[in-house]
Design a protein around this ligand. Structure first.
Ligand SMILES: [Zn+2]
Ligand SMILES: [Zn+2]
Ligand SMILES: [Zn+2]
Length: 141
């Protein structure tokens, strides 16, 4: 689906900043707001960082973007939303990769005793060492 169609299907007005941010996110990965703003400015003449924040908020609320914030990392945005996938983060370099959710729906983990809470999400982050850092560790040893 084109960005225009995605925005319309989500009930959002189609604007050039929204299209540009969506386009940047759809190139993939997990991007900081500053990185998104820089890439958007490469497509549009001038867009304020605040405008980028506003667009990201609208896209997130509409389910077209997802915001993640692993411990020690700034907020990151991605276009892969709605599939409840998880993330694996490298303790060495901070690289983040997607990990499919076995169930694909939140919450994919049920606590034995939720203390009366109605649970709608389990935030799962896996931590470890990426292949590059594993190789570096082998050299150091
Ligand atoms: Zn690493
Ligand atoms: Zn992701
Ligand atoms: Zn899961």
């Amino acid at each position: 689906m084109s960005g225009t169609d995605l925005l319309r299907a989500a009930g959002l007005r189609v604007t050039r900043p929204r299209l540009a941010v969506l386009d940047v996110l759809q190139d993939g990965g997990h991007l900081e707001v500053d990185e998104i703003a820089t890439l958007v400015r490469g497509r549009l003449d001038s867009v304020s960082t605040q405008a980028v924040y506003d667009v990201l908020g609208a896209l997130s609320r509409a389910g077209l973007a997802r915001r993640i914030e692993p411990a020690g990392s700034p907020a990151l945005y991605e276009a892969r939303a709605g599939d409840n996938h998880h993330h694996v983060v490298c303790r060495g370099c901070g690289t983040i990769a997607d990990v499919d959710c076995v169930l694909g729906e939140a919450p994919c983990l049920d606590p034995d005793n939720a203390r009366g809470f109605e649970v709608d999400e389990a935030e799962v982050t896996f931590w470890g060492l990426c292949p590059t850092c594993q190789a570096l560790r082998a050299v150091d040893a």
